[in-house]
Design a protein around this ligand. Structure first.
Ligand code: ADP
Ligand code: GLC
Length: 478
């Protein structure tokens, strides 16, 4: 039995700001239970929902040095859907209103978390063969592990994987301060280890010291070797090419299932969507005060509202797009300029545009289920889960051909009658608009072809099965 420990800063159902949480919370359930004991370690945030916090059970506590600081480390435990979750407790670090806040504070918070993860292992009596680290928040784990090996036998032989969910966020701060926080020796603070461009860089350190590096799609694994996507680490990604691979994300097919989803008006499946899916559209139009019309093409957006997701393209052509016979439903939070942009267009095109600037899991399900198309024109996209959710609900993705979007959405070919969505190549607002309008034409003028495409989309398999096998193969190779 191989023991694997996931270390991450978020996971469903406990705490989520984006796709990372979906991956960390669902992937562990899909490993072969006879061969792998996969557990997860997370921070215990004060901002977690009460319903979850009250379920966690005290396991143990100890004190840990973080350079000159001495910090309390509580460990809580909870088993959810067959997976053991551990939570690292410290009220000083994890008391914010959101998992992340000021970078200055986060840098110390996740140094604490990373060291605490390793320090807790002997105490909880779970010595993993592999620690699977996710994103910059856990980048220091492979470094601390290297450092710990000098001290005690216990840590020798533990292997690490660093999975990059988003190369843009690296966790960088002034070297001197990071030295003071971490207590790590000067030895690590050089450009071929933890340092990048004069600053300490957690993700880079993790990548350098991990035994294997993965990212969440094949295309993104290739893209980040190039300057445009490499976030100034393309040189490193090239150097690490021999241990870097891409494994595409899946989604939880039980959680996102139009046939059983409790959040949506009317359940449907691949056989009856032609009749049943529009009932969801009508219900959503009612709920959001949009013009009631089952015929109108409805385009959905569920997203963090940031530059990464291509909203400057949307802003640029929104007026033009709103001249068409479409309705646009947005759910998201993020940069103020985009929040206000969508609020503005809701005001300007009443009955046509609905801007929901907040976070809501139930509404997100209703959007995936109710819309005809889903717009995701990302500037870059390591994998993307929203387009997978859309496919599952027969909502055809309109995407830019980048990263995981390119790997998971097959563009419609009207001659061969293949494809599961629509895509465009260049990061250009009018290229995007032309693609949306092409989709409108198919939707309005060739309904049979459209419905065939919905059928193909719903028949796709992006459950975790396949990808979990690839992670298993990776674990075996180590
Ligand atoms: P990223 O991780 O870059 O934000 P992904 O597509 O991988 O993008 O994952 C986004 C996840 O967050 C999806 O599960 C999506 O449904 C969810 N999500 C994003 N914004 C919201 C919101 N405002 N309300 C509910 N869910 C949201
Ligand atoms: C990141 C990426 C997104 C990916 C998610 C889960 O947030 O932006 O593309 O799907 O991580 O891996």
């Amino acid at each position: 039995m191989k023991k694997i420990l996931f270390a991450a800063s978020e996971s469903v159902p406990f705490i989520k700001t984006g796709g990372l949480a979906d991956v960390v919370g669902s992937l562990p359930k899909y490993f072969d239970k006879d061969k792998y004991d996969v557990r997860v370690m997370l921070p215990k945030y004060m901002c977690m929902k009460e319903e979850w916090k009250e379920k966690l059970q005290y396991y143990t506590h100890f004190y840990m040095d973080l350079n000159w600081r001495k910090q309390y480390v509580g460990v809580l435990i909870y088993e959810h859907e067959g997976i053991t979750f551990y939570f690292i407790d410290n009220e000083y670090y994890f008391n914010g209103f959101a998992p992340y806040g000021d970078m200055y504070a986060d840098i110390e918070k996740f140094a604490f978390f990373s060291k605490a993860v390793l320090s807790a292992l002997p105490v909880i009596d779970f010595r993993p063969d592999i620690i699977h680290c996710h994103d910059w928040q856990t980048g220091l784990i492979p470094i601390y592990l290297d450092n710990f090996r000098f001290g005690t036998e216990y840590y020798r032989g533990i292997k690490t994987i660093m999975t990059i969910h988003n190369l843009k966020f690296q966790g960088t701060w002034d070297t001197k301060r990071v030295r003071d926080i971490t207590g790590l020796p000067q030895y690590y603070f050089v450009p071929d280890k933890l340092e990048a461009y004069k600053d300490a860089n957690y993700l880079k350190g993790g990548i350098v010291y991990a035994d294997k590096v993965t990212t969440v799609s094949n295309s993104y694994a290739e893209e980040i070797k190039m300057p445009f996507y490499g976030e100034k680490l393309d040189g490193l990604m090239n150097a690490k090419a021999n241990c870097l691979s891409g494994i595409v994300n899946g989604i939880d097919y039980k959680e996102y299932d139009p046939a059983t989803d409790q959040h949506i008006e009317k359940n449907f499946d691949i056989d009856n969507f032609r009749k049943e899916k529009i009932k969801n559209k009508l219900a959503l139009q009612r709920e959001l005060n949009l013009t009631q019309d089952s015929h109108t093409m409805m385009i959905g957006i569920v997203s963090r509202l940031t530059d990464q997701k291509g909203f400057d393209l949307v802003a640029y052509v929104m007026d033009e797009l709103c001249q068409d016979a479409v309705q646009i439903v947005v759910l998201g939070t993020g940069e103020e300029q985009y929040e206000n942009m969508f609020r503005h267009f809701e005001w300007k095109y009443q009955g046509k545009v609905s801007a929901n600037i907040y976070y809501s899991e139930p509404l997100s399900h209703r959007i995936y289920a109710s819309c005809d198309a889903f717009l995701m024109p990302s500037l870059f996209e390591p994998c993307g889960l929203s387009q997978l959710m859309s496919l599952r609900y027969g909502t055809l993705p309109i995407v830019r051909e980048t990263g995981g979007l390119k790997d998971t959405v097959e563009p419609y070919n009207e001659f061969e009658k293949t494809g599961t969505g629509f895509s465009f190549t260049n990061y250009n607002a009018h290229e995007m608009l032309a693609t949306v309008r092409y989709a409108e034409r198919i939707y309005y003028d060739r309904k049979r072809d459209w419905n065939k495409m919905v059928e193909r989309a719903m028949a796709q398999d992006f459950s975790w099965g396949n990808s979990a096998k690839q992670y298993e193969a990776l674990y075996e190779s180590m």
